[in-house]
Design a protein around this ligand. Structure first.
Ligand SMILES: [Zn+2]
Ligand SMILES: [Zn+2]
Length: 160
């Protein structure tokens, strides 16, 4: 996305744009973008800096970190980009900055289908949210069992 400085009025320039998810170049990540990415961009000149506020909305699909069920989230991420400009600057291209900021926002955090997700049994593969399995306790994932009695859900070392 190129922003031409001469097109920016003193009060700032607002650009609305939708880009197809395929065009964003997401590479191989732990999420999918399921809708076009809708961008609302506001660019304001401030001396030798161009301040660009970006809001990006998109529907994203994740796999629950515990049970792997698909989770769809309507995201809205806001971030600012600053570019150095001078009297000779004709335009700035913020496509790569937007891509990097968005990638960071969308891929950060642990996504669960629900806060109390019980995960899957590593022995028989049953989704423990849907049914209890008959596996002996010591064959079940110790992490999952600890999560049940640890509301803070801190990562811990597994007993050997
Ligand atoms: Zn889950
Ligand atoms: Zn089981």
């Amino acid at each position: 996305m190129k922003i031409y400085l001469r097109a920016i009025p003193p009060e700032g320039l607002v650009i609305e744009k939708s880009i197809p998810a395929e065009e964003a170049g997401w590479g191989d990540k732990n999420f999918e973008i399921l809708s076009p990415i809708h961008l609302n961009v506001k660019a304001v000149k401030a001396g030798d800096e161009l301040c660009v506020s970006v809001n990006a909305k998109a529907l994203c699909g994740y796999a629950c970190a515990r049970c792997l069920v698909e989770v769809k989230i309507e995201r809205s991420d806001t971030f600012d980009i600053y570019c150095d400009i001078n009297s000779k600057t004709e335009f700035v291209d913020i496509s790569e900055d937007i891509r990097q900021e968005l990638m960071l926002a969308i891929s950060s955090g642990i996504i669960l289908c629900k806060p109390e997700c019980k995960g899957i049994c590593p022995n028989c593969g049953v989704n423990l949210n849907e049914q209890q399995c008959q596996c002996p306790q010591d064959l079940k994932n110790p992490v999952v069992m600890r999560m049940d009695d640890d509301p803070e859900d801190k990562p811990r070392r597994l007993p050997l």
